[in-house]
Design a protein around this ligand. Structure first.
Ligand code: NAP
Length: 432
């Protein structure tokens, strides 16, 4: 059987390679000719100059191009060369109506058509493990089977022309809901400061897992979303789903919501990234949320465990609020470490010029448990970075030195951050 392949994109290129491995590939064509020439040289097959020229050499033709109009353009361009009895297999994702239009145009030349959209992504195309959903006659399906088997693993006929595309649309609705849920869940997990690799490893075995979770959550952890299944292409598919549902008078909330989110991603220039880029929007929900203090119970926990409190900006002047707080801390049993380059000692404790010097000055085995900050907002950012660099566990930003962005950065780096008018308490009086 001589098979021709048209459309050597991210999917088509590896699919054509698999046809060649099965000794079926006769010729290839691509709109941008350079790609077909290179592949033909690699696979020792013909690079056709036009679809019609390819049609004269092949009994079976596989198309894999972008959208509805492209499939119909390629089918029209095949028609002048098509032989009676030829079979055209379209693996693009388009509407069921387009499949029926293509079938009718080919029927007028005594040729057959199968709509055979695929699922499994670029990985599935490379490994030859695609799921292939077919629509057309049982006879054409049987004829196509060896060709489809070279490219996919699960191959099923769902009914007359268009049924393959309807099945694929069903799949695309699921993908939309799942990738959105995975993005939201991973952003949540990150905000909870969970060890994300471990989350994927464990939940990947659980009931909430999915192909997208196992294979695309790692993109979210890395913050890089190489295509993949492009946002733009899934958007196109979801518009097909939306229009097919609208024909039944229905609008689907998952489809509508994800279309809105994809529009946002595309407008920001992320249309050619993998659909796991939806995570960008989900993380933004957390990143842009106004800062909130941790729950009181966690603050009390910290105060119960803490012993050494470095006070940045502690004043030697008894009338200053920092001095009052430091006195209370001593009374409550904490050791204070004044970080003040212009004083020798405050409240009986020797001063150190920087946080790094405070860490160095502590007896072996002890650590700074809390960094209490009494500096103006313009100084906070540098102090936060110092805490992060020194792996100091907790930061207490006192009333009057609020810098939300810096506090959020500390929290993201795992520095337990308390902001605002939070009063230290006597450890003995802390609620349990
Ligand atoms: P792609 O990498 O963007 O490649 C698109 C291919 O279509 C290119 O070869 C392009 O030619 C060709 N093309 C576009 N418009 C054309 C036209 N008017 N006439 C002739 N050729 C045209 O896309 P892809 O990822 O391979 O996807 C192809 C199809 O598979 C789409 O329908 C998509 O929805 C579906 N699909 C994709 C995935 C996935 O994970 N990527 C998974 C399942 C299904 P040029 O090289 O000249 O641009």
């Amino acid at each position: 059987m001589n098979v021709g392949f048209l459309g050597l994109g991210a999917m088509g290129m590896p699919m054509a390679r698999n046809l060649q491995k099965a000794n079926l590939l006769q010729a290839v064509w691509n709109r941008t000719n350079g790609k077909s020439a290179a592949l033909a040289a690699e696979l020792h097959c013909t690079a056709a100059a036009t679809p019609a020229q390819l049609a004269t050499q092949c009994e079976v033709m596989v198309i894999c191009v972008s959208a509805d109009v492209d499939v119909l353009d390629v089918v029209d361009a095949l028609l002048p060369g098509i032989q009676p009895g030829a079979l055209v297999i379209d693996c693009s994702t388009v509407s069921a109506d387009t499949a029926r239009t293509a079938a009718a145009r080919l029927r007028s030349r005594q040729a057959s058509f199968l709509d055979c959209p695929v699922s499994g992504g670029v990985e599935g195309a490379q490994k030859g493990t695609l799921a292939i959903m077919c629509g057309g006659s049982a006879e054409d399906f049987a004829r196509a089977k060896p060709v489809l088997a070279a490219m996919g693993r699960t191959i099923s006929l769902f009914g007359a022309t268009g049924a393959g595309q309807a099945t694929k649309a069903t799949n695309q609705i699921m993908c939309a809901g799942i990738i959105r849920a995975v993005g939201e869940a991973m952003a949540f997990a990150r905000a909870q400061q969970l060890p994300l690799e471990q989350v994927v490893e464990t939940l990947g075995q659980g009931a909430g897992s999915s192909w997208y979770f196992v294979n695309r959550a790692p993109n979210m952890i890395r913050g890089s979303f190489p295509a993949g299944f492009r946002v733009r292409l899934h958007e196109k598919d979801l518009k097909i789903c939306r229009d097919m549902a609208a024909a039944s008078g229905v609008s689907l909330p998952v489809v509508d919501d994800v279309l809105r989110e994809y529009a946002e991603l595309i407008a920001e220039g992320y249309g050619d990234e993998d659909i796991s880029a939806i995570y960008r929007l989900k993380w933004r929900l957390f990143a842009e949320a106004p800062f909130r203090n941790p729950p009181e119970t966690e603050i009390f926990d910290l105060l119960r465990r803490a012993r050494n409190v470095a006070i940045v900006g502690l004043s030697a002047d008894r009338s200053r609020p920092s001095h009052g707080v430091a006195r209370s801390l001593q009374k409550f049993g904490y050791r204070i470490i004044p970080v003040n380059p212009s004083a020798e000692s405050i409240l009986g404790e020797p001063c150190v010029p920087t946080l790094a010097a405070a860490v160095a000055a502590l007896p072996a085995g002890e650590r700074i448990d809390i960094v209490d900050v009494f500096r103006r907002p313009e100084h906070v950012s540098a102090i936060v970075d110092e805490c992060i660099a020194l792996h100091l566990p907790a930061l207490w930003l006192q009333d009057g030195v609020i810098d939300e962005a810096a506090a959020r950065r500390a929290r993201t780096a795992g520095v337990f951050t308390v902001m605002d008018r939070c009063i230290f308490r006597d450890r003995a009086a802390l609620p349990t």
